[in-house]
Design a binder for this molecule. Structure first.
Ligand code: 13P
Length: 270
């Protein structure tokens, strides 16, 4: 869509640690990055971690612009759901964002379009900002080997989400085949997918609203491929697993997000 609109969306870099860190690693990481991330008007940063670390992470980032992100949430505010985490409790401990509908949740925990939608509305109802993962439409990908985000997943996730609420939503295009594979989508593929997602938002809401929603790319992002991906017109940031386990790489990605058009040929040594 347009470059002017892209400039008005604040870039967003989100680490997704999955279940890869222990308590001591978490605090070491935050000590290394806390004072080095820019203010959230320049680049917004988030770290998604296991629930048991979130309260400590909120405290440890009290003076830093880093936002704390949950990796999952239940759709009920309270009740008899042993082992789940309520959106009310996440809000209460100070989480700001929550990942919803990650491919790994769909694959290993039977998450469906309808539970994703319940979680999105529960998060919004409780003042949490959802980062909704959208997968590849694998039948199209298998046929044409080209990026094709699941438009059905976008529409289903957003059922009942109002015009006011959609401004609080971030969409992340994460093709299944790129997650943890070392094979990221090309910048062109990622742009095409983000464009299709934005068009879907334009149809569901309006073209003006669609330009206000941030769309991230995720799947084997590293400091080496992030610049080209983040330079694309419809891509507003990245959702990063493996590379974001390393504080130096996380900071490099944040640095790139500040202005992806500035070439940096010494990126591995920043
Ligand atoms: P990788 O960056 O390890 O491919 O993981 C991506 C991801 O799943 C982020 O949510």
């Amino acid at each position: 869509m347009s470059k002017i609109h892209k400039e008005r969306r604040i870039p967003f870099v989100v680490a997704n640690w999955k279940i890869n860190k222990l308590q001591s690693d978490v605090m070491d990481f935050l000590e290394k990055v806390n004072e080095k991330v820019p203010g959230e008007k320049v680049v917004e940063t988030g770290i998604a971690a296991q629930d048991l670390f979130l309260a400590d992470m909120v405290r440890a980032t009290a003076d830093s612009p880093i936002h704390i992100v949950a990796e999952n949430v239940h759709w009920e505010d309270n009740g008899a759901y042993t082992g789940e985490t309520s959106p009310k409790a996440l809000k209460d401990v100070g989480a700001k964002y929550v990942l919803i509908g990650h491919f790994e949740r769909r694959k290993f925990f039977n998450e469906t379009d309808s539970t994703v939608n319940l979680k999105v509305t529960a998060a919004l109802r409780n003042g949490l900002r959802p980062i909704i993962d959208v997968d590849e439409d694998m039948s199209t990908y298998a046929q044409f080997m080209d990026a094709q985000p699941s438009v059905a997943q976008v529409s289903a996730a957003l059922a009942g989400v109002s015009v006011d609420q959609i401004r609080k939503v971030t969409i992340a295009y994460e093709p299944t085949w790129a997650i943890g594979s070392g094979e990221a989508a090309s910048a062109d593929q990622a742009q095409k997918a983000a464009y299709l997602i934005r068009q879907t938002l334009a149809k569901l809401y309006s073209p003006v609203i669609a330009e206000q929603v941030r769309i991230l790319y995720g799947g084997s992002v590293t400091p080496n491929n992030a610049r080209e991906i983040m330079s694309q017109e419809d891509i507003d940031g990245v959702l990063v697993g493996t590379a974001a386990l390393d504080p130096d790489k996380f900071l490099q990605l944040v640095e790139i997000a500040k202005d992806p058009s500035v070439p940096n040929f010494d990126i591995d040594h920043v």
